[in-house]
Design a protein around this ligand. Structure first.
Ligand code: FES
Ligand code: FES
Length: 189
């Protein structure tokens, strides 16, 4: 957590995270939701990646909408429903990501699970374009992300959908399009 300017006031707040209420005293008003989750409440997921809304490692949902926790002021999350990747609602996607082998180090996996779950909740039968768009905000620096398409298909199966013949089925051409290595930002060191 960054050192606040001396004049920054603090507030006590209560966050509802994964269905539980957490009182948090003396939160600097400049603190992000990510900082409070990780450093005050000991949630090791979401991950702390870029801190600038660029990598998707810190994805959570706020009132069922995916959000980069590093960009959400903690005070703005009061009286909202915050769900981290550890919420059971993301279990199916987490299992699918693991089963698809979607990345060796796993750093991006929590954010990926949130992105996949959010996609399938608003679009149970996503086509390749919808999959590409939904996952484009999650950057993986060490994986051939063709597995991500497979992870979506597996998550869909786990949710009870019929993956066979759907637009989310693995397809090498589609996989190329969501490979972060092909995105310009992935070229940065
Ligand atoms: S840490 Fe929030 S988007 Fe990268
Ligand atoms: S598996 Fe390492 S960043 Fe995605």
């Amino acid at each position: 957590m960054s050192e606040p300017a001396a004049e920054w006031p603090t507030v006590g707040l209560t966050l509802r995270v994964d269905g539980h209420e957490y009182p948090v005293p003396q939160v600097w008003i400049g603190d992000s939701l990510l900082a409070v989750l990780r450093e005050r409440l000991d949630f090791d997921e979401p991950r702390d990646g870029c801190g600038a809304g660029e990598c998707g490692a810190c994805l959570v949902t706020v009132d069922d909408t995916p959000a980069a926790a590093c960009l959400v002021p903690a005070v703005a999350a009061v009286e909202r429903d915050v769900r981290t990747p550890r919420d059971p609602g993301f279990d199916a996607a987490r299992a699918a990501v693991a089963a698809a082998g979607a990345g060796p180090c796993g750093f991006c996996a929590p954010g990926l699970a949130v992105a996949i779950t959010s996609l399938l909740r608003r679009n149970p039968d996503p086509g390749p374009a919808a999959v590409r768009e939904a996952l484009s905000g999650v950057i993986c620096r060490c994986s051939e992300s063709g597995h991500w398409i497979e992870a979506v298909a597996l998550a869909k199966e786990a949710e009870g959908g019929a993956a066979a013949g759907s637009g989310a089925s693995p397809d090498p051409d589609d996989a190329d399009l969501v490979d972060p290595a092909r995105r310009p930002e992935a070229a940065a060191p």
